[in-house]
Design a protein around this ligand. Structure first.
Ligand code: UTP
Length: 473
């Protein structure tokens, strides 16, 4: 039988090791390996080996001319209250007109949480133990009802969790959303390479492939047909958020309005960093362009710099909430060379096989994964904008099994949010020193998913009493 053309192509690219065990594989194993190899862009891997590996490590971020990025402060921090009100009205009008859809990136591996299953299926609310996907679905459903226009919801999955995600949503009947408006699609994958740039095998019949980072969402939105669907539905922008953050306002009218009124192609939310070492990316400006510098790339001395009024100089922390224009996404998805998102390198322990094909579980980093980051699109956007948000309204991610950003901290933050909403309506709620209510309660998004919707439900159907186990729905 003639040799599959992929074999000589890989050999010529110095990647012949991929097929080292090919002759010993079953026909099904050979098919699988060939299919995965066909996904690999050999020129891209060669380029990344030159740029990210050849120097023996990453050179670190270029900090020349870096300065803090300007941002639109909230009214309580000196922002223009009339402009915020105008933005909110513009965002509400866009939501009523169906010009915006929601977008969740859910293709990550969630290794730090160590939960078996797609992260979106992780139970997160204090009383009902609703999974993350349900929280977002209920918020979107409620927002759709409020604006008289059901929202489309795009969800990016990975090869690993796509089927499980779709099955979970179907099993729960899309949590009350119209199934025709829930769109799951897979992100792309990249092969891991060893420190010499050789593509690694996970088993003799499969490559060590992993998701191409949340920045892979731009290409995946294009490739999957999501952008075309948006165009045919008259959807101009996506409200982007991460699967691990149940506090997020999935569609925030003020944020959307700022984006639209500013003529921005990509906008982002910031929170003031809580302390200098907090692990958030920093919104900065460099050569007139908006950039995000990761916490690991900004020297600690700079993270600790303060201004004359005692505030952190680099205080604008990125919480991974963005609005992106549809055609800007298309432009970035199709760009190449210097106009495209750059890959980042992450050195990892990558399970692989030895020369005899036996499994190897490394105890230290033995290779490199390549990932794209969505915030790297900001420098390419026209009129990019950063606006401030209140952390307690928008951000409490579940990243780790314990400690910071864990199920426990997120649970407490949800309870604190309910307390704020209740107190704003004049309800008396006793709290402990940490601001948590002394009783456990939960507010369903159908009752309130932000201050305004909560206040509206409270006015029409207030609970008789606030008792332990109260579920407002
Ligand atoms: P994280 O950076 O927290 O990564 O992703 P992760 O893979 O989920 O978790 P760890 O690092 O293995 O513990 C932030 C967000 O970006 C999504 C995640 O699903 C999460 O919503 N993401 C990340 C993707 O959709 N694809 C990726 O390739 C990476």
């Amino acid at each position: 039988m003639a040799e599959n053309p992929l074999l000589p192509q890989f050999r010529q690219a110095g990647q012949g090791q991929v097929f080292a065990h090919f002759d010993q594989l079953t026909p099904a194993g050979q098919q699988r390996l060939l299919a995965e190899a066909a996904e690999v862009d050999l020129a891209e891997i060669a380029g990344l080996t030159r740029t990210l590996l050849a120097a023996g490590g990453s050179a670190g971020a270029d900090l020349a001319g870096l300065e803090p990025a300007p941002y639109e402060p909230r009214p309580e921090h000196g922002g223009d209250a009339a402009a915020w009100a105008q933005a909110k009205a513009a965002g509400e009008a866009a939501l009523r007109a169906g010009r915006v859809a929601a977008f969740t990136v859910a293709g990550g591996q969630g290794t730090r949480l160590g939960y078996d299953g797609p992260k979106g299926t992780f139970p997160v609310t204090p009383l009902q133990r609703k999974p993350l996907f349900q929280v977002f679905a209920e918020k979107l459903r409620a927002a759709g009802e409020r604006y008289g226009r059901p929202l489309h919801w795009f969800i990016m999955t990975s090869h690993q969790n796509h089927d499980a995600t779709e099955a979970f949503l179907a099993e729960h009947r899309w949590f009350g959303l119209d199934r025709g408006r829930v769109h799951c699609f897979r992100q792309g994958r990249m092969p891991a390479v060893d420190f010499q740039g050789r593509i690694m095998l996970e088993t003799t019949s499969s490559l060590a492939l992993s998701p191409d980072g949340h920045g892979g969402s731009l290409r995946a939105l294009d490739r999957s047909g999501a952008l075309d669907l948006m165009r045919s539905e008259g959807i101009e922008a996506l409200s982007y958020f991460q699967v691990d953050n149940p506090l997020v306002r999935c569609v925030d009218p003020a944020f959307i309005g700022w984006h639209l009124l500013h003529g921005s192609q990509m906008s982002s939310k910031m929170v003031p960093k809580a302390y200098p070492e907090e692990k958030l990316g920093h919104f900065c400006r460099q050569q007139g362009r908006l950039v995000v510098v990761e916490y690991s790339d900004l020297p600690l001395a700079m993270q600790r710099e303060t201004t004359s009024d005692g505030q952190l100089r680099y205080r604008a922390g990125s919480i991974a909430i963005h609005v992106l224009d549809r055609e800007f996404i298309r432009q970035m998805a199709r760009a190449d060379g210097a106009g495209a998102l750059p890959f980042h390198r992450a050195d990892k322990k990558i399970p692989t096989v030895d020369a005899a094909g036996r499994p190897v579980k490394p105890d230290r980093a033995n290779g490199v994964k390549f990932e794209l980051f969505v915030f790297d699109a900001l420098p390419f956007a026209r009129n990019p904008l950063v606006i401030e948000t209140r952390r307690e309204d928008d951000f409490s991610p579940v990243k780790n099994a314990e400690g910071v950003d864990s199920p426990q901290t997120c649970h407490d933050d949800q309870l604190r949010q309910y307390v704020r909403w209740l107190r704003a309506q004049g309800a008396a709620v006793e709290t402990d020193a940490g601001g948590r209510p002394r009783l456990t309660l939960e507010v369903a998004p159908s009752f309130g998913y932000d201050e305004d919707s909560f206040a509206a439900s409270w006015a029409s159907r207030p609970p008789r009493a606030i008792t332990d186990g109260l579920y407002l729905t």
